[in-house]
Design a protein around this ligand. Sequence first.
Ligand code: ADP
Length: 491
Amino acid sequence: MKRYIMTFDQGTTSSRCILYDRSGTPISVGQRELPQIYPQPGWVEHDPEVIWQTQMEAAREAMTKAGATADDVAAIGITNQRETTVVWDRTSGKPICHAIVWQCRRTADLCEAMRRSGIDVNIRSKTGLVADAYFSLTKVRWILDHVEGAAELARAGRLAFGTVDSWLIWKLTGGKRHVTDVTNASRTMMFNIHTRTWDDDILNQFNISRSLLPEVLPSNGFFGETTLFGSPIPIYGVAGDQQASLFGQTCYGVGDVKNTYGTGCFLLMNTGSKAVSSRSGLITTVGWQLDDEVTYALEGSVFIAGAAIQWLRDGIGILANSAESETMARSVSDTGGVYFVPAFTGLGAPYWDPDARGLLCGLTRGTERAHIVRAALEAMAYQTDDVLKIMTADSGIPVTTVRVDGGASANGFLCQFQSDLSSVAVERPQNIETTSLGAAYLAGLGCGLYESREEIASLRTCDAVFRPSMPLLTRAALREGWQAAVRRARG
Ligand code: ADP
């Protein structure tokens, strides 16, 4: 009996595999850390062979723990760190260099040049992306320019480019399939999200041959099959991590929003069949494609969220652990006028100020540890609130509910404060592993285990719902205080 869906969750710091049963309940987990390579300040790489090995080890561990064989697995679903760029030789099957990770800043100058020359405007309207080193386009160009022999191999048609999903599928299928899904393609900056095809103008501008690129499939498409676990297992559902989380949170209605509170925050809003372009620097992206039907999303992020709690813990040592932040925040009735703007690496949407720096303000002789900790938690909510406001303005869709996940969503104080501040219901699912769950749902749809999104939505179980109860005037005063603090942190 094909009881399980196997999901590969290939993230920036770890490779994980979770086996799910039909109801979306996790049965077993395998996990391996992924070593980070920092060749120079600001540069980040992964070894693609290690990505592959750790992912396979995680898969074998999950299978062993569940006592499962390939015959038990209906399909494999894949979700992955986005934008990270792998280039390999089709003949030898070997990568020609390390993967350039999404965080790597080595192509920041090229992006600056794109902005200066103004070509970013047209690229943005086609791809939905702002000129930034995150996206794969400039990383591919860098590899072709700097890796010995790359340009010749490309001319000979021997090179293959892929995001991590593509690379894993190539390996899983023994080099038979060079494919990706539409959500991952939409992060490469080479893909026109409106026509859903590779964009020849951009490829010509950057002198990248189309022969490098994978075939693009719907997120629930058939990506190939693997015999590496015994009898053949089909690969069916693929999506980049944030899109998979939107799908796993069952945000299937227009205006549905999810927020992941991790190191930073990632907010995505389902905008339906319409690709909404942002006036405030949000990204327009493909949420998913099921067969021929595309769902678009608006995406905004907060650079420093849980990382501020981490800093209080590891940096200045006023917290023993992250979870303690909740009891400490609740031990005081407010922050006593303290605001914490964690602009450690500048501020993103809607401020876009790379020169802003962190600020603690409103300190008095009466300020205690608890006030500062509470201010750090509230800062996650203020920054999220700022992004929600521009999402609403850009899309014209008011947000009534935010579905949350990520490590810091365990914090009930944070969830309640978010609900109060943004005047929205905050829903926390029982399974906050929504990324791998999303991949499992997509794979389940692909292989026919599920009939429809409605069936999947009925599987969703909420752990808690937080509802707003803060008086209007209190909310307005808090927001005003935050804005004043942000002004001081800038410039
Ligand atoms: P990522 O996947 O981005 O590495 P996680 O989703 O695992 O992050 O979340 C970890 C982050 O959440 C850390 O920065 C940590 O400080 C923060 N965090 C974890 N638990 C809590 C909590 N109970 N309250 C507040 N922050 C928390």
